[in-house]
Design a protein around this ligand. Structure first.
Ligand code: AMP
Length: 113
């Protein structure tokens, strides 16, 4: 299995997991860009945002609602947080297993760099 996030999902590569269920795993980003920075990934290997299909609608909804739930659990839901899907090269995607970033704990500039 060559995909890094598939290997994290399978437990073959260590990660600090903060949530998991039958469809998703969420873990701390190894190079956090904010005091709170987690990645929410589907257990299913899906390369990019472009590869979601209608059959994934419930999965996408779970990813987004899990982001909100984690932000709330960690105390950031009222202060604010950011969710990001980077898709392909110009957006800076570096791991080709779709993931939702959840960032919080500092003021986040807009527009992003
Ligand atoms: P992206 O650039 O949107 O594809 O995001 C990939 C993210 O994965 C980056 O923020 C990396 O810091 C993070 N990352 C890479 N390797 C690991 C790892 N082994 N464990 C946790 N996060 C990782």
């Amino acid at each position: 299995m060559s995909c890094l996030f598939c290997r994290i999902v399978a437990g073959e590569v260590p990660a600090t997991k903060v949530y998991e269920d039958d469809a998703l795993v969420a873990f701390r980003d190894i190079a956090p860009a904010a005091p709170f920075h987690v990645l929410i990934v589907p257990r299913e290997h899906i390369s990019t945002l472009n590869d979601f299909e209608p059959a994934h609608d419930a999965l996408v909804g779970r990813m987004v609602r899990t982001a909100a739930a984690l932000a709330k659990e960690h105390g950031y839901h009222e202060r604010g947080y950011r969710t990001v899907f980077n898709c392909n090269r110009e957006a800076g995607q570096s791991v080709y297993h779709v993931h939702l970033h959840v960032l919080a704990g500092r003021s986040l500039a807009w527009p992003p760099g």
